[in-house]
Design a protein around this ligand. Structure first.
Ligand SMILES: [Mg+2]
Length: 368
């Protein structure tokens, strides 16, 4: 195994065909960083870094700067397959979760390619596919129904995360009710509030939705409002997922101990593979459900989520949020991520399946 020769953080921008709106922000373009790490013997690892400034405080420019100015200089020359060692280097810099996760994913990609196996098999190899959950943003009820109808029809997707947390709580209640009325038990449905409500509003909505058979709810109110949050979690009759309030393995442990939630969202875009492994180990050992979450990822980012989700029984038990790239106008991935009969398939090639279309990268990159 050779050593890390270059680390390249490339800014690019691709528009979304449809804006995704949710309580903490909206996304109408993928202004991400494509990370390419090359070894001395020419093996390349790839990762996509999606900035989410309203959640984690990282921007496209900050991700590029922290990689170029702080992280890359510490890693050039290190053995590319020593992922535990490189992770110790990354951990010395606090925050910047998405930048660090991208480096970790690219290094695992190199490791799997070097050993000629899929990332999924290298991590655990439990299955070769994950059921897909699609994330539905704020919209008029009729538009949500049409979107869900089309996703069922075209891709066989039957699991849906409904974004909630609008100031007019009745809008969100109406959308969930209309979905259940139209599609019945043919769909699995859950709701993510992105901390948009307080405890009183969350309690009101949970009561109103109690007959709709939601699989779980997520981040309805802020975990930082500890008294209100813990009351809501105790009152919930379904698992309560912690997502952005617990972005690291240590945060996950603390929030479970504190009663901030009873299930955990794993996002490879913020914890890479190394820290996602720590969260999986922690949760699977403790009997805590995990959901493979979406950071509004491109196909490259979604492939990383699919690779990790398929690696273990626990992470593939619930539908993974890996289909929102369908709302993008284009993508850098050369071989499209396949969704068939409601499942995303692990590509059968070394690494986790990311392959860049160089013409598209040349067209969409914003640094040249
Ligand atoms: Mg969430």
């Amino acid at each position: 195994m050779s050593r890390i020769a270059t680390i390249e953080a490339i800014p690019y921008c691709i528009d979304y065909a449809k804006t995704l709106r949710f309580a903490s922000g909206h996304v109408d373009k993928a202004d991400h960083i494509l990370l390419r790490i090359r070894t001395e013997d020419g093996v390349e690892g790839i990762a996509d870094a999606p900035p989410r400034p309203y959640t984690y405080g990282e921007t496209q420019r900050s991700i590029r700067a922290i990689i170029d100015e702080v992280l890359a200089p510490q890693l050039i020359g290190a053995r590319a397959d020593d992922t535990a060692r490189t992770n110790e280097v990354l951990k010395r810099t606090v925050n910047n979760n998405v930048a660090k996760a991208a480096i970790d994913i690219a290094l695992w990609d190199i490791k799997a390619k070097t050993y000629g196996t899929t990332l999924t098999r290298m991590l655990g190899g439990f299955t070769d596919r994950v059921q897909v959950a699609h994330m539905v943003g704020f919209a008029e009820t009729r538009d949500v129904l049409a979107e869900v109808d089309s996703l069922i029809e075209r891709y066989g997707i039957t699991a849906f995360k409904v974004k909630v947390g609008r100031p007019d709580v009745q809008q969100d209640i109406d959308v969930c009710r209309a979905l259940r009325e139209k599609f019945g038990d043919d769909i699995t449905m859950y709701a993510d509030g992105n901390r948009g409500w307080n405890a009183r509003e969350s309690a009101f909505v949970m009561d109103a939705l109690s007959e709709l058979g939601l699989a779980f709810v997520e981040e309805l109110n802020p975990a930082s409002e500890a008294f209100g949050r813990r009351g809501i979690v105790r009152a919930a009759c379904m698992p309560f997922v912690v997502d952005e309030s617990a972005p690291t393995p240590s945060d996950v442990w603390r929030s479970l101990q504190d009663g901030d939630g009873t299930a955990v969202s794993i996002k490879t875009a913020r914890t890479g593979f190394t820290d996602s492994l720590r969260i999986w180990g922690l949760c699977s050992s403790a009997g805590v459900d995990t959901v493979m979450g979406n950071q509004i990822d491109t196909q490259v980012g979604s492939l990383a989520t699919v690779a990790f989700g398929a690696a273990f029984r626990e992470t593939s038990a619930m539908a993974a949020e890996v289909s929102n790239f369908l709302d993008m106008e284009d993508d850098l991935q050369a071989e499209p991520l396949q969704i068939r009969d409601g499942c995303a398939l692990v590509p059968d090639r070394p690494g986790y399946g990311a392959e860049i279309d160089e013409d598209k990268l040349a067209f969409y990159r914003t640094d040249s």
